[in-house]
Design a protein around this ligand. Structure first.
Ligand code: NAD
Length: 450
């Protein structure tokens, strides 16, 4: 019957449109035409992504709310607004970033000229996670397109509404030869990883990071791995603890703690722990009121598996504030735990939820030793008035990023690189660092024959 044959045709077309081999071939063919190289083409693609973000704002906010209960203010600021800033900064500077850089030539090659040019790589695979499902898909896409590549986007299946919105909307703004969205989970990602790509940009956990890197090795494909880990926050005596608590609470409990650079735990130096705990309870009240379960800007845990994992950690310390939870709505209150032992389960793995343990340490030496005994974190935060402490933390510890006085926000400074080191990842992006990541930095030497 015609209705079902039309339906069958549509299903087949959709399957072909997102089949990994077909998608890769289609995007590679576009890249091979050279059409993606001119600055004008790149700016046109960025303008299209900008239009998607502004014209479809309501649909995207609704999807983010459906996936993670994100309130409109936070969702705009951390997903749509964030990506627009990144995009606008790229548009404003792209011509300069792409201009060839002259290099000095040794006397032996006199009359020769040398320059460094940024060559697009080809077809980029972007694999995104669920926690900032829009930002972490589109910010890398901005970099990949700005660098003159075509790209495949694989959103996270754990944020299904945002994944579906991207799959439906992106083709309305970018043509099928420039960018494609392939939805799905492990089997689909595994099939994508079998293809040859010119760069793979993965954001997520270290276990899958290893799978991605092993798959990339088969084709000698370069990878960027944006991973996570436990990011400490050191609090020294003598600082304004009320202000410290406000900033910690804001950075920690945004997106219900499901932020890769959220302060994972506090190292409270000297006698700061008790007073800081009281200020944190007050800061949570100031942010979300007496009952965060009805605060429009307080998010939800992504799924039951993560909810169960998190609630099992609530016994690892004395609850200073929070602890309330409801499995059906996946609500877990912003929670602060005091008197946490350094080897408690909550201190073993990245928390990735709204639980903030406070671990007392006697002095800065102990804090530095504590940090250095563990995996290199994605971010390190410190609240201190001491220039000497800042110097020591800068020189004596290793982390993806380091911020004094303000957690999380370093990633919103487009001139700063964003990325991890060691277990927290490899490679970096944002702004000009994205161009560097998604380009080959090519040496050109030119000596006249005469
Ligand atoms: P996730 O489960 O959504 O996985 C990320 C991606 O990997 C998804 O697209 C998923 O489909 C794919 N994937 C999952 N299993 C796979 C497999 N076996 N083979 C191939 N692909 C597979 O997200 P997640 O890992 O739970 O994300 C949370 C982690 O990501 C945390 O550790 C967090 O710190 C980190 N993170 C890092 C950053 C950063 O920018 N550095 C940002 C956000 C999250």
């Amino acid at each position: 019957n015609p209705a079902s044959s039309a339906e069958l045709a549509r299903t087949l077309l959709a399957a072909v449109a997102t089949d990994p081999t077909t998608v890769a071939a289609r995007l590679r063919a576009r890249f091979a035409t050279g059409r993606t190289r001119p600055l004008e083409w790149r700016l046109r693609q960025l303008a299209a992504v900008r239009a998607l973000l502004t014209e479809q704002q309501d649909t995207l906010l609704a999807a983010l709310h459906a996936d993670l209960g994100k309130g409109p203010e936070e969702a705009y600021r951390t997903e749509i607004g964030f990506t627009l800033n990144e995009l606008d900064h790229t548009v404003a500077n792209l011509a300069q970033w792409l201009s060839p850089r002259p290099a000095a030539v040794p006397d032996a090659f006199r009359l020769a000229e040398a320059r460094v040019v940024r060559d697009p790589l080809g077809v980029v695979l972007i694999i995104a996670p669920w926690n900032y499902p829009l930002q972490l898909a589109l910010a890398p896409l901005v970099g990949a397109l700005a660098a003159g590549n075509t790209a495949v986007l694989k959103p996270s299946e754990l944020a299904p509404a945002t994944s579906a919105a991207l799959a439906r909307l992106l083709p309305r703004y970018l043509d099928r030869e420039t960018a494609a969205v392939v939805e799905g989970g492990v089997p689909e990602t595994t099939a994508l990883l079998e293809q040859r790509w010119d760069h793979i940009f993965y954001t997520g956990n270290g276990t899958v990071g290893r799978i991605v890197m092993a798959a990339a090795a088969r084709h000698l494909t370069p990878v960027t791995l944006e991973l996570g880990g436990k990011s400490p926050a050191v609090v020294e005596p003598g600082v304004d603890l009320a202000a410290t608590a406000q900033r910690l609470a804001r950075g920690k409990f945004q997106n219900a703690g499901q932020t890769c650079v959220a302060p994972d735990y506090v190292l409270a130096v000297g006698d700061t722990a008790a007073e800081l705990g009281a200020h944190l309870a007050e800061a949570v009240r100031a942010l979300y009121g007496d009952d965060p379960s009805i605060a429009p800007e307080y998010g939800r845990i992504v799924n039951e598996r993560h909810f169960d994992r998190l609630t099992a950690l609530l016994d690892d310390g004395r609850v200073v504030t929070g602890g309330q939870h409801d499995r059906e709505s996946r609500y877990l209150a912003p929670t602060v735990l005091a008197d946490v032992a350094p080897d408690a389960p909550v201190m073993r793995e990245e928390i990735f939820g709204p639980i903030l343990p406070i671990v007392p340490v006697p002095d800065l030496d102990a804090a530095v030793a504590f940090i250095n005994e563990r995996d290199k974190p994605l971010a390190l935060y410190a609240f201190t008035e001491s220039a000497e402490t800042k110097r020591r933390l800068t020189e004596e510890t290793s982390s993806g990023g380091l911020a004094f006085g303000l957690p999380v926000s370093h990633l919103a400074v487009p001139e700063l690189p964003f990325g991890g080191v060691g277990e927290s990842g490899m490679g970096r992006y944002h702004g000009e660092y994205s161009i560097e990541t998604f380009s080959h930095t090519k040496a050109v030497l030119d000596k006249p024959l005469g």
